[in-house]
Design a protein around this ligand. Structure first.
Ligand code: AMO
Length: 429
């Protein structure tokens, strides 16, 4: 139904006939001339209707209220006064989708709306310039992730999201009735990506939806999350961090290059980096002293995370060698110092965007790790059993797509970075 997008219409097309399709962004009636700004996902084109020359068209165009979906055919004409130096003189405009009700928010941003109002009408909110820019950054980050991991020889898998047991050890699971059985929505693809390696796939990656039934209501947590995971055989925590580093640096490079305009609109800066430093948990704790004291063996609160970039002098860095007690049961402890484990977090602009670890692949050690955390090994029997048939040593990690997008686009609220966010109170739209 179109030959061009609005963003493609420039003075090089002068004299050519084009077909555009999109929404009425604004209309302006100057008496003898009627302007319609047609918007699509690439930008805005000005349709100029001279009432004397095309009276029928002008009469018809009166019905095109803001946000009507329209299709237009017309001639591209140079005009210095028009935005981008060109306008379109339409020969035909048709209504493709009528506006039946009051549009719940102003897509042009002249009248700002609260986040709840915007999210209640998210499909209209997505027509706005900023949310659509955020979604493009997110898509570019995800495709850069996929691109790098394929280049690194990883195979894409699709793990199940209806599962029979917990994978992260917490109680934060959504229960579902699975015919006669009790089941849960997956908290992570953890078990299945590990099983893929036990199955000989060697190195895998996935972009998959996960669910956390945590009742918190914060600006960095959602109850439905998109995780971007990798899992690699015959490697340790350092090897997994090497892969994460390459992947993350590639994401920064691609996003900074391909999403320049979007980042400018969002007033966010993404600097391509050359290297990601690795600091131990103990080192970070030491650096935080006096600024934000954290007791050894505890996770870093949000406020402490926010102070890290300036205290450590790095925008992005790993935190390694965590206290075993604070990490998931499957994290491999150091042989010579079992109080610490081969787990790591990737921090970016003061927020944890990824976490991972070398996994325990010895079933007896796994049972021990479950017991020390007060978890019942019987509840994890099928998980533990998978490692009794020649399991390879392995390590992996997961990036939260929404958190990554949040930091890339400089958003203060994670809800801005999900297409249709799910939080404690939001199940619609
Ligand atoms: P973890 O629970 O740390 O580890 O999650 C990994 C990454 O996923 C994102 N994330 C979230 N984002 C928003 N809201 C949430 N409620 C939420 N929970 C997690 C974060 C986080 O860094 N299986 C392990 C990973 C691994 O070891 O491979 C796991 O899920 O960006």
């Amino acid at each position: 139904m179109r030959t061009h997008y609005a963003g493609q219409v420039d003075d090089k097309l002068d004299g050519k006939t084009v077909k555009l399709a999109g929404w009425v962004h604004e209309t302006r009636d100057l008496g003898g001339i009627l302007f319609i700004l047609l918007r699509d996902r690439t930008g805005i084109s000005q349709l100029t209707i001279k009432k004397k020359e095309t009276p029928e068209l002008a009469e018809n165009a009166k019905h095109f209220v803001k946000e009507t979906a329209i299709m237009c055919e017309g001639k591209v004409t140079k005009n210095k006064q028009a935005p981008k130096g060109v306008e379109i003189h339409p020969t035909n405009i048709t209504m493709a989708g009528k506006v039946y009700k009051k549009v719940p928010l102003d897509v042009t941003d002249k009248v700002p709306a609260e986040i709840d109002t915007r999210l209640d009408a998210r499909f209209i909110d997505l027509r706005r310039a900023k949310p659509s820019a955020i979604m493009r950054v997110r898509a570019t980050a995800q495709s850069a992730f996929r691109e790098k991991l394929m280049e690194l020889g990883c195979q894409e898998i699709n793990p199940p999201t209806i599962v029979s047991t917990a994978t992260e050890g917490g109680a934060d699971l959504f229960h579902v009735q699975y015919f006669e059985k009790d089941a849960f929505l997956a908290q992570s693809p953890q078990l299945y990506k590990q099983l893929a390696l036990v199955g000989g796939m060697d190195r895998v990656f996935m972009i998959t939806t996960i669910f956390r039934a945590e009742k918190h209501n914060t600006t960095t947590h959602l109850n439905e999350v998109t995780q971007m995971d990798a899992e690699i055989s015959f490697t340790d925590d350092e090897g997994a961090m090497d892969v994460l580093e390459k992947t993350f640096l590639h994401i920064l490079e691609v996003v900074s290059k391909e999403r320049k305009e979007d980042l400018k609109l969002l007033e966010s800066e993404v600097k391509p980096l050359k290297k990601i430093k690795r600091f131990t948990y103990d080192h970070v704790l030491e650096k935080l002293k006096g600024e934000y004291d954290v007791e050894w063996g505890h996770d870093f609160p949000k406020e402490a995370e926010q102070k890290m970039p300036s205290l450590l002098g790095e925008e992005a860095f790993f935190i390694t060698k965590w206290p075993t007690q604070v990490r998931a049961f499957y994290s491999m402890p150091f042989e010579d110092e079992p109080k610490k484990c081969r787990a790591f977090d990737l921090m970016y602009k003061g927020l944890e965007i990824s976490s991972g670890a070398q996994r325990i692949h010895d079933p007896e050690l796994l049972v021990k790790a479950l017991k020390t955390r007060g978890l019942n090994p019987e509840d994890f029997e099928s998980y533990v059993d998978a490692f009794r048939y020649g399991a390879p040593p392995h390590a992996g990690w997961s990036i939260g797509s929404e958190r990554l997008t949040m930091q890339l686009t400089g958003q203060k609220n994670i809800r801005e970075c999900a297409l249709f966010p799910r939080d404690r109170h939001r199940l619609l739209p």
